[in-house]
Design a protein around this ligand. Structure first.
Ligand code: ZN
Ligand code: ZN
Length: 428
């Protein structure tokens, strides 16, 4: 029997009861995950916990799939293949929330330095919602037909999770999903609500490094040197004109110089200056335009200062690629419809595209053309939001050491929405 989704809103329904039970388990799992965060590509214990959840759910489990990622498959008759993705990694941040389950973990990063680690991007909540939705769907197996495919993905923060999983054969060793869903917490939205947008959601991300060469010497004899600090300063200012003067105001783009390093002492003109940039974009043609402008501006500033052609700035584009996340319009309107049946229309907000990046977009950019949809999951308690607004403040953002989501409500809403989506997509 296929249950009508509307039943989800009735507290006495079977689905509501199962979700209630699962929400409590997921909250406990979330606290455990929060206290034991692991850095990107080092999610060993976290992956083991995810494997245990999938085994408990009776799924086929494929650990170490493209690194630490874990894939689970549950075939339940003829029907669509729906994929749900969570990420697993935490951040090198020292937690300052003061929560009784706050992290005090210190780990060695990939450079061998000791760093504090915190789930400051809500991936602990994502995993708990993921596991809760899976257990709920397994319990409600009689109410849907199809294949549930789930992935707990490594290294989202480094954009090194989706790519390796796809390269390891995610869409060739397993059935190709008809739909792929994910969610990300959003402290700007109240818990109990979700945010949806059709089309672009997250921007593409590129990292560019520029090395500016000069002719070093004594700080007291500038006439015998070519000062790369002056050239680099000029480049930083001229780079600001790319977005303001070269890109159409209708195309979103960001060029940020996030780091600049040159010199050691006040009285030494250094030989070189290094800069690191992050670029954000929504279309490949805009990215190309920005990259060529960076090279042109850098060369021009160096030439103007008298740098010879063989010492022009070295502009290196890092190969790592985070493409934009583009929500499939049809799938996002289905998600909107199912979510309105589970949490009510008034709890679904229309959100705007963001300039942050997410590697979930990669799942939608393979030759298989999988329709994807990323859902924002509101995570700030409504009374907290009201208090902050009254004080003219904003909730702590993602990646803040003070990030303190409304765990219980956010998890419960996430499970409801995700279960509603899968039941909706698989109802006939
Ligand atoms: Zn993050
Ligand atoms: Zn994140």
């Amino acid at each position: 029997m296929m249950l009508k989704l509307g039943a989800l809103s009735q507290t006495n329904s079977e689905i509501a009861r199962v979700i209630n039970e699962q929400s409590a388990n997921s909250l406990a799992l979330c606290k455990q995950l929060h206290q034991n965060p692991e850095l990107s590509t080092m999610e060993f214990k976290t992956a083991k916990l995810m494997v245990a959840e999938l085994e408990k759910a009776g799924m086929e489990v494929y650990p170490d799939f493209g690194g630490n990622s874990v894939v689970g498959i549950l075939k339940n008759g003829k029907g669509p293949v729906v994929m749900i993705r969570t990420d697993m990694d935490a951040l090198p941040i020292e937690e300052k929330t003061g929560l009784d389950f706050a992290s005090s973990v210190i780990s060695e990063n990939s450079d061998g330095d000791e760093v504090s680690v915190m789930h400051a991007c809500g991936h602990d909540i994502h995993m708990s919602v993921w596991a809760g939705a899976i257990h709920t769907l397994v319990t409600l197996k009689d109410h849907w037909k199809g294949t549930l495919m789930v992935i707990a993905q490594q290294a989202e923060e480094l954009s090194q999770g989706a790519g390796p999983a796809i390269d390891a054969g995610l869409f060739s060793k397993f059935p190709v999903p008809d739909y792929a869903l994910a969610y990300h917490i959003n402290p700007e939205l109240e818990s109990g609500k979700i945010g949806l947008v059709g089309g672009p959601v997250f921007a593409g991300v590129k990292t560019v490094n520029i090395t500016v060469f000069g002719k070093g010497g004594h700080g007291a004899y500038p006439e015998k040197c070519i000062d790369p600090i002056v050239i680099a300063s000029r480049i930083v200012l001229d780079l600001q004109t790319i977005v303001s003067r070269e890109i159409s105001p209708l195309d979103p783009a960001v060029v940020t110089v996030g780091s600049i390093h040159g010199g050691t002492r006040p009285n030494i003109i250094p030989d070189e200056v290094k800069m690191e940039l992050t670029l954000r974009y929504y279309s490949e043609s805009v990215l190309e335009q920005i990259l060529s402008a960076i090279q042109r501006i850098s060369n021009a500033a160096a030439t103007m200062a008298g740098i010879p052609d063989d010492k022009l700035p070295l502009v290196e584009v890092e190969p790592e690629n985070t493409p934009p996340v583009i929500n499939d319009n049809k799938l996002s309107s289905l998600v909107r419809q199912f979510a309105s049946e589970t949490i009510g229309e008034k709890n679904i907000l229309q959100t705007s595209p963001a300039m942050v990046g997410e590697d979930f977009g990669k799942y939608g950019l393979t030759p298989e053309n999988v329709p994807i949809c990323l859902i924002w999951l509101g995570s700030t308690a409504p009374d907290e939001m009201e208090k902050l607004k009254a004080e003219g403040k904003e909730p702590y953002p993602l990646h803040s050491p003070y990030l303190n989501p409304d765990y219980a409500k956010t998890i419960e809403t996430g499970i409801k929405v995700m279960v509603g989506n899968v039941l909706g997509l698989m109802r006939d």
